[in-house]
Design a binder for this molecule. Structure first.
Ligand SMILES: [Zn+2]
Ligand SMILES: [Zn+2]
Length: 135
């Protein structure tokens, strides 16, 4: 928890208890790219007073400060990712898992480079199909 407290302060975010808990959840669930609802349901077991709006607003603050990023592969929901480095995702159409895949991104340029005269700030890539566990 102390490390999370420092991370928040470094980013200029007031470390309230609820913010600490949200970031704590994110850092312990690196691989599941949770939705707001998933985080809320988990935290509500421990903090009955927490609201969905609070979790939603907290994630908004985290995105603004670059602590997490939003993944919108499914087209219907935002999944939150604490890994803010450029990386690719695999969406399993059977179980709905979003998995980080370790493949090089060499097709379309790098952060800071130009693509057809446009400056790149973010690169997103994803695959859809059947995951390792569902094949
Ligand atoms: Zn699957
Ligand atoms: Zn990811």
């Amino acid at each position: 928890m102390e490390k999370i407290n420092i991370t928040l302060k470094e980013k200029g975010i007031k470390p309230t208890y609820q913010r600490l808990k949200v970031l704590d959840y994110m850092s312990k669930n690196l691989r599941n790219h949770p939705t707001v609802e998933m985080i809320y349901e988990e935290l509500a077991k421990e903090i009955p007073t927490i609201s969905l709006t609070t979790v939603y607003n907290t994630l908004g603050t985290f995105i603004e400060k670059g602590l997490v990023c939003g993944v919108t592969i499914t087209g219907t929901e935002v999944r939150y990712d604490i890994n803010t480095e450029s990386h690719h995702h695999f969406l399993c159409k059977k179980c709905g898992d979003i998995i980080d895949v370790d493949v090089p991104c060499s097709l379309s340029g790098k952060k800071g480079e130009l693509v057809d005269g446009h400056k790149i700030e973010e690169i997103h890539g994803y695959f859809k199909g059947t995951c390792r566990s569902c094949i």
